[in-house]
Design a protein around this ligand. Structure first.
Ligand code: ADP
Ligand code: MG
Length: 704
């Protein structure tokens, strides 16, 4: 009996009085409503105040719904067949409005009397300069209407199909009312501990659902909304922090006991520069994490150019000192290749064995690498997705670096963990900073570090917007930079609909640039997705070595590429890029000590939103600020890499507009779990039960 009560929200929707199998089918097909819970969470998108009777003269073009009362002056039926309609004229002290019916005329006509008083509600429109209401709700008006209980009518989303099946917004409201009554009789259980409810003055869960659908006044609605938003954040934070804290307390991880020769030798003799304070801080955090015996799972957020790679390398050396292998995974072959090159160079005079494994590694070499990994002769392996394949096995993998992680899904990360009996430590490095609220929700199960400092001697990149008319002067500017010995990027957008179009754009651009910068004085590299990887490699290599002065490329260049001598980034059709992508691309310059420039070329038609993106780019170089703006402009669903995370499926709460509430939920969730991670205290039991009920969302075996 008890379990049945608990799961009332899981009942299939056809069990609700008034639904039945046919309507259930339609609800499923059209609105994705399968259970009581789904219907309960189909929230009205607005409420209409039916306590208020307005004057006819208040109808403006922008009015949506209105309720009015008045006398019926006259009724007429005009037109034939399809254009047949009935028009009634309703008059109040301020004016006249037309009420129009196209259907059900006979039936309505019987109900209406000229000279009678009526209460009318409906969606207004203006036709021939005259206000009208088509198919209004209409009732005989009595004095009671102005007294009685205040009432806000919920307006639900419906679809044309549903309406034609007799399930319009009104009927959905009725079903929801039935549902609420049924839930009330069975006592909907709480999922927020009582002390938290008291402290934040939250209404009960049942009350909240009732009032979000059928509030008596605005205040009740707001309170219901507050409670349900908090609940969404709170439950998500409990889940994420539970995973994080369980890992801290319960997981097993490999132990890096000591700092040994590999690390010390490199640090003292081969480190090409002094580390920034931020780099040192992160190293210290990782050092602590990896010494504890629990698995580390850390997100490293550093702005472009803040020097994440060297941090990763030092950690890998630490792993080697303790007898463990490391791998570093990059999202593209170009980037993997580059990491391999620069790491190999840094490790030249050490005894570290490092290899590269990508999709294009030749079979024979591949076999050899796999063999060497298995017997432990290779210390570090750099690669792409190829590293995830089952054939790749390690002797003792201890440290995993996932670079520019938004291209790797959670499942892919998990596949890497499984390559060792004790899960290796994981360091996830992001391509671009993520707003704090987003990090808290999408990556709340990870610990995270921030590197908000650039290496010394860097100069601000100057960013400007230019258009087609200024192309010639841009080319002259480029020529002058090349004369100074610098290198240039010119980037073309990937046109999503057509790879072919992108390619043509790029080729055309390449030819044009060749016209401005002819061989042999100038040499140009080109890079695009369709190019065979050897050719990519050659083109990249020639640019990295400085043989070519200009790199013409699509966004394959986007992540991670590091050529400190490059000082100009020209982005063609900049309006087609998202903010984080623009920032990421701009990050390809300004990596050395020379002054750098980013030129955003735009077409003649630029949307307001694109203009705003470009303005932000021109105003700031700070990736953390850009990330916040990006979130504001696009909303969380679209910010790169978080789309599938599932942690963002908030129906009511918004990580953009409800930041303080999110902070509060996080703080309370963390404190609760610190105190009682098993949630066995009496006050936390309802929460625990709720989480166990919501099975399938995460692995709960550990909390029971
Ligand atoms: P990102 O964080 O974008 O991955 P990289 O790791 O590629 O940045 O580093 C950017 C550039 O800065 C590289 O050329 C790297 O050698 C250099 N660099 C990293 N750390 C420092 C430092 N502490 N001082 C000077 N240069 C540094
Ligand atoms: Mg990088």
């Amino acid at each position: 009996m008890i379990t049945e009560q608990k799961n009332i929200l899981a009942y299939p929707i056809e069990y609700l009085k008034g639904v039945g199998p046919l309507r259930a089918d339609w609800l499923k097909k059209e609105l994705n409503i399968f259970s009581f819970n789904d219907l309960l969470h189909l929230f009205p998108y607005r409420h209409v105040d039916k306590t208020k009777i307005s004057l006819i003269k208040e109808i403006k073009p922008e009015t949506e719904f209105i309720q009015i009362a008045g006398k019926l002056e006259s009724i007429e039926v005009i037109g034939e067949k399809r254009s047949k309609r009935m028009i009634a004229y309703l008059k109040d002290s301020s004016g006249v409005v037309e009420l129009v019916w196209f259907q059900g005329i006979n039936w309505i006509q019987k109900y209406l009397h000229e000279g009678g008083s009526y209460l009318v509600f409906g969606r207004t429109s203006v036709f021939n300069n005259k206000p009208q209401i088509v198919h209004p709700e209409i009732d005989i008006f009595t004095e009671q209407h102005t007294q009685g209980k205040p009432y806000f009518e919920p307006i639900y989303p419906s679809t044309e199909k549903l309406k034609s099946k007799g399930l319009n917004g009104k009927q959905i409201a009725k079903l929801t009312q039935t549902l609420l009554l049924q839930i009330q009789s069975q006592n909907l259980e709480e999922n927020i501990p009582e002390d938290v409810c008291t402290k934040l003055h939250l209404m009960s869960r049942y009350e909240a659902y009732r009032n979000i659908h059928f509030p008596a006044n605005v205040q009740e609605y707001e309170q219901a909304l507050y409670r349900l938003k908090f609940e969404e954040f709170f439950i998500a934070q409990v889940r994420l922090n539970l995973i994080r804290l369980q890992r801290h307390k319960a997981s097993k991880g490999v132990v890096f006991e000591k700092v040994g020769d590999y690390f010390n030798n490199f640090y003292n003799h081969h480190l090409p520069f002094e580390l920034t304070k931020a780099q040192k801080n992160v190293l210290r955090q990782i050092r602590q994490d990896t010494a504890k015996g629990h698995q580390m799972n850390r997100l490293l957020q550093g702005d472009v150019g803040s020097g994440k790679t060297i941090v990763a390398l030092l950690c890998m050396l630490l792993a080697a000192d303790n007898g463990y292998q490391s791998c570093i995974m990059a999202p593209t072959e170009t980037l993997a290749q580059q990491h391999f090159n620069s790491l190999s160079k840094l490790l030249q005079n050490t005894h570290i064995q490092i290899s590269l494994l990508t999709g294009s590694t030749k079979n024979k070499e591949r076999k050899a690498i796999i063999e060497e990994l298995k017997n432990g002769n290779i210390h570090f392996i750099v690669g792409t997705h190829a590293l995830i394949e089952d054939a790749v096995q390690f002797k003792n993998l201890g440290f995993v670096v996932v670079d520019e992680q938004h291209k790797f899904g959670v499942a892919q990360r998990a596949a890497l963990w499984k390559k060792a009996t004790t899960p290796p430590h994981i360091l996830v490095m992001t391509a671009t900073p993520i707003p704090r609220t987003l990090a808290m929700t999408a990556y709340g199960d990870l610990d995270y570090s921030i590197m908000d400092e650039l290496p010394k001697g860097r100069q601000e990149i100057t960013t400007v917007q230019r258009n087609e008319m200024q192309r010639a002067s841009i080319m002259e500017f480029i020529r002058a930079e090349i004369k100074k010995g610098r290198q240039i990027y010119v980037i073309y957008p990937l046109i999503e609909e057509s790879e072919k179009l992108s390619y043509e754009d790029l080729m055309q651009g390449y030819e044009e640039i060749k016209g401005y910068f002819p061989e042999p004085e100038y040499r140009i590299s080109m890079l695009h997705g369709k190019m065979p990887s050897e050719q990519k490699e050659i083109n990249m290599k020639r640019f990295v070595e400085g043989t070519t002065q200009i790199m013409v490329s699509t966004t394959v260049i986007e992540v991670g590429v590091d050529v400190p001598n490059a000082t100009v980034m020209v982005i063609e059709s900049a309006e087609k890029f998202g903010l984080s992508q623009l920032h990421q691309l701009r990050g390809r310059v300004g990596r050395g000590s020379e002054k750098s420039f980013c030129i955003l070329l735009t077409g003649s038609k630029v949307s307001t939103e694109a203009r705003e993106r470009i303005n932000i780019m021109c105003q700031t170089n700070n990736g953390f600020i850009i990330a916040e703006k990006d979130l504001e402009l696009r909303g969380p669903g679209d910010v790169e890499g978080t789309r599938q995370s599932g942690a963002l499926n908030f129906k009511l709460a918004s990580i953009v507009n409800d930041k303080p509430l999110l902070e509060k939920a996080k703080e309370i969730a963390e404190k609760l779990l610190e105190e009682d991670i098993k949630m066995n205290l009496a006050k936390n039991l309802p929460l625990k039960n709720y989480l166990i009920q919501q099975k399938g969302k995460t692995n709960w075996s550990k909390i029971s």
